[in-house]
Design a protein around this ligand. Structure first.
Ligand code: BES
Ligand code: MN
Ligand code: MN
Length: 462
């Protein structure tokens, strides 16, 4: 690979401005009010792939939001890299906590990003990271150095469960045939500690509804005499963890893969400061399952968390009322070998079984997906590792992440290829939160590193 840095230096202002234009469109997949914006974003991605040198780009319509597909084939005997990313973003609320509007990108310096970071919803997750691949492609085609075939598949429903993409993948196995899948939609340990994500957690997301009396009641006239759905829901939720913070659902841990002491010792080598961790979150103690470290709790162990809980009166002042219904949204992060549909069943059965007489329980599963782990003794990982060595001057650390990209397990099942997760974001970049940002250094470093992956992967395949 020649002239990566000179090319980036020459074009970096444009690279930044093009990303900023993309970030201005509120492509919020969860909220149908933004439908036109999501569709407009897909069109913009299509033209950016054309400009980056793809021979053929199409917008593939689905029952939901479209998938932008692009490809460039230079020689059928050479390997094919399939790049996946998503152009949809999370809703930005709560709006009042943003220091600048989420869809008016602003560059600001931070302690971890002294060269500046772009503040906008989607800057890190995943428009910024996805766009690094488009710009790396531009570099390789513009300088005549693309070493292999490339396919791009950029979807617009990742943040709502990738439903249309699963169907698309199942129906288009030939079209999507590849030798390795490359994704930048995760993070790395620190700018001076490169890492490659080797695992993702699975997910089961459910909503529960507790119904008591047939209508809201006066809490004086009926209080104490009927089951209060909110009290009951709180009690039921509290019982889902024991005093050691183990999850109490029978069978929940049956298939959990236990890591060997050696593997755990290897994991513990990754640089991590518990003091800085607490400081960055303004907490005086960490909390979690007994017997596991913070980094184990958030990666190799399954969890159960309430994401939202509501019911009754939450307006101004006081209203004396016993609500007829109470609700909660609950997510379970799963580890490899835990099957998300089985876990959803176990949850549902258990949750109904612990309800007292006097209430009824409804459990509605939302989306879910399987976890993923990839070994590090394959071509894809080795090529990625060499690419980081080239541009960071250090060997990256393999690291399992706590987040989920459910489609990755499906890729392996349907397309039979390994996924390499080259993430360039930091945990502190506030994805899904107010003030999401992405370091300009990280953005450019990604563009610089990706072409080396192509080069080494192609060499190793020959
Ligand atoms: N890019 C994230 C997942 C992620 C982030 C993995 C950082 C590892 C490190 C993705 O967009 C995401 O938010 N996934 C959801 C699941 C999805 C089904 C809504 C998640 O993890 O909550
Ligand atoms: Mn993402
Ligand atoms: Mn996300």
């Amino acid at each position: 690979m020649k002239n990566v840095l000179p090319y980036i230096n020459e074009h970096k202002d444009r690279f930044l401005n093009e990303l900023i234009e993309l970030l201005k469109i509120p492509s919020i997949s969860a909220d149908s009010a933004y439908k036109e914006n999501v569709l407009e974003t897909a069109k913009k991605i299509k033209s950016s792939l054309e400009n980056a040198g793809c021979d053929h780009v199409e917008i593939c319509h689905t029952e939901g939001y479209p998938i932008v597909y692009g490809e460039k084939t230079i020689d059928a005997d050479l390997p094919t890299v399939l790049v996946y990313g998503h152009y949809d973003v999370q809703p930005p609320d709560p709006m009042e906590l943003w220091d600048s509007p989420p869809f008016e990108p602003k560059i600001k310096k931070t302690e971890l990003h002294p060269d500046g970071a772009i503040f906008a919803r989607g800057s890190c997750d995943d428009k910024g990271q996805m766009f690094m691949h488009v710009k790396a492609m531009e570099f390789m085609t513009a300088t005549d150095q693309l070493p292999c075939n490339v396919k791009f598949m950029i979807e617009g429903e990742e943040e709502i469960g990738s439903k249309s993409l699963s169907d698309f993948v199942k129906e288009n196995q030939e079209k999507l045939k590849n030798d390795v899948i490359l994704i930048s939609d995760t993070g790395m340990i620190a700018n001076d500690v490169p890492s490659i994500t080797t695992g993702l957690r699975g997910l089961s997301y459910v909503e529960v509804e507790i119904t008591g009396p047939n209508r809201d009641l006066h809490s004086g006239l009926y209080g104490g005499a009927v089951a209060n759905p909110i009290n009951i829901l709180a009690k039921m939720i509290a019982s889902l963890h024991d005093e050691n913070n183990h999850i109490t659902i029978p069978g929940f841990y049956d298939n959990v893969e236990e890591l060997s002491n050696e593997e755990r010792a290897e994991m513990a080598k990754a640089p991590f400061s518990i003091e800085e961790y607490k400081k960055s979150l303004d907490i005086d103690a960490v909390y979690g399952e007994d017997g596991f470290s913070t980094n184990e709790r958030n990666s190799i162990r399954p969890t159960l968390d309430v994401n939202g809980i509501w019911g009754g009166y939450t307006g101004e002042g006081a209203k004396t009322v016993i609500a007829s219904k109470a609700y909660a949204k609950i997510s379970m992060r799963l580890v490899p070998h835990q099957d998300w549909t089985e876990i959803t069943e176990l949850f549902s059965k258990h949750f109904k079984s612990i309800a007292p007489k006097g209430v009824t329980v409804k459990v509605t599963p939302h989306h879910g997906g399987q976890g993923y782990v990839t070994p590090i003794d394959n071509k894809g990982y080795r090529a990625a590792s060499k690419a980081y060595e080239q541009t960071f001057g250090k060997t990256p650390i393999p690291q399992r992440s706590g987040g989920s990209i459910p489609i990755v397990a499906l890729f392996e099942e349907e397309l039979k290829s390994k996924t390499i997760l080259m993430g360039f974001g930091l945990d502190s970049d506030a994805i899904h939160s107010p003030n999401e940002h992405f370091g300009i250094w990280n953005y450019l470093k990604g563009i610089e590193t990706i072409p080396w992956f192509y080069k080494y992967f192609t060499e190793m395949s020959q």
